[in-house]
Ligand binder design. Sequence first.
Ligand code: GDP
Ligand code: MG
Length: 190
Amino acid sequence: MGKSKTKQTLPLHKIIMVGSGGVGKSALTLQYMYGDFVEEYDPTKADLVLDGQECQIDILDTAGQEEYAAIRDNYYRSGEGFLCVFSVCEQESLEHTQEFRDQILRVLDDETVPFILVGNKVDLAHLRKVSASDAGALAQEWSCQYVETSAKTRQNVDQVYTMLMRQIRDRKMKQQNTNNPDKDSCCVIL
Ligand code: GDP
Ligand code: MG
């Protein structure tokens, strides 16, 4: 009982995976959560320690339902940070990231939302179609980070989730800090 009470008070970071079908959104989530490279899994919530502080992560891995705009928009609204995944082996999947980015910004109306562009499947070097510099240029346009991953070898998998959680946490702290002193100063200025 004590444990579940603690859980409720842990900071919760809500991450949403977006990207074309087949780019590896589920494989990355699984590799991060279970340390395995498998195909089937359940929705994912877990406790972890981020920079010495206990917290919870909740990963929503979108998978096709996003074709219904209303459902998709609700997903996006519930997210605090986004991993926008494409496959470095598929140029078209990089092009699609623009659509995901546009949809997210339209729903959230906030360009500063924690967001990382993820080029997955870098283990398939011989099949690579998208260069790091092309993807990096797009990320620069969006003022976000670009990270290359492999859900198969686990390259940068932990890193990309950790980076995003830090962005989410820092942003929440900033928002708290700006909310509280603001309120105070409003009261003080008479
Ligand atoms: P999703 O539709 O974005 O969730 O994509 P999945 O996670 O289902 O992955 C689609 C296919 O790509 C599956 O067969 C995965 O095993 C494979 N896959 C995903 N990530 C990687 C990766 O990093 N490297 C390799 N070699 N295959 C991957
Ligand atoms: Mg999937």
